[in-house]
Design a protein around this ligand. Structure first.
Ligand code: CA
Length: 224
């Protein structure tokens, strides 16, 4: 793992970098946010750890510039203030996770490893069930190589149902995945989404069942 750590508190930065190196990771440290977007173009990093409170441009603005340049690198924000506002800004600005100081170094390393693993899965995962194929990286579904048109929400729900093939997925698990939805308001919206999705994917030899009172289940269609 190769990590870029942006933290102006140098004793803290050194202790984090030492913990990473002790695990065999490579860690580069920057005390300022300005050079970060350029560094990401030059070096092949697996993740960015970004303090919010930095001299010059702060962590939130640094993150904005990173995303503006089209980088999807996993980003973990650090905040000294126990401020919800900071966290919201960080996550809305495209951070993948955050930690409030003080934190245990082992926690930071565990979160980073999880972030990088999730990122790799997102990039590489292709899910296949019968003739239905979903490419998670490209957000593209096909049946027998023919593309099928899915909305962004249908993509999110299909990906999850395919990961959980053969298992009942509760309604609130699905509504929690969809941005802007919650369990209280979206039962009908979810039902509508599922029925549209069902019509699009069932020609691929799969069956999307409603399990009354429990949720939904994606499985292979029974042979005719
Ligand atoms: Ca700081």
């Amino acid at each position: 793992m190769h990590i870029l750590l942006v933290e102006d508190d140098s004793p803290l930065a050194e202790s984090i970098a030492a913990a990473m190196r002790a695990r065999g990771w490579r860690a580069d440290v920057s005390a300022r946010g300005e050079p970060v977007p350029a560094s990401l173009l030059k070096d092949d990093y697996d993740a960015l750890v970004l303090d919010i409170g930095l001299p010059g441009i702060d962590g939130i603005e640094t993150l904005r510039r990173v995303r503006e340049q089209g980088s999807y690198l996993p980003v973990l924000m650090l905040t000294a203030r126990d401020g919800v506002d900071d966290r919201v800004l960080g996550l809305e600005g495209g951070a993948d996770d955050y930690l409030v100081k003080p934190f245990a170094l082992s926690e930071l390393l565990a979160r980073l490893r999880a972030l990088v693993r999730r990122h790799e899965l997102r990039r590489s995962e292709t899910l296949v069930l019968s003739a239905l194929r979903y490419d998670a990286g490209a957000r593209r579904a096909t049946i027998d190589e023919q593309p099928i048109r899915l909305s962004a929400r249908e993509c999110i729900v299909l990906q999850y149902l395919m990961i959980k093939t053969g298992q009942i997925v509760a309604r609130d698990q699905l509504t929690a995945l969809v941005p802007g939805w919650d369990a209280a308001t979206s039962d009908n919206a979810l039902e509508l989404l599922i029925s549209r999705l069902r019509a699009k994917i069932e020609p691929g030899g799969v069956r999307l069942r409603t399990v009354r009172g429990l949720g939904y289940l994606l499985e292979l269609a029974a042979p005719a």
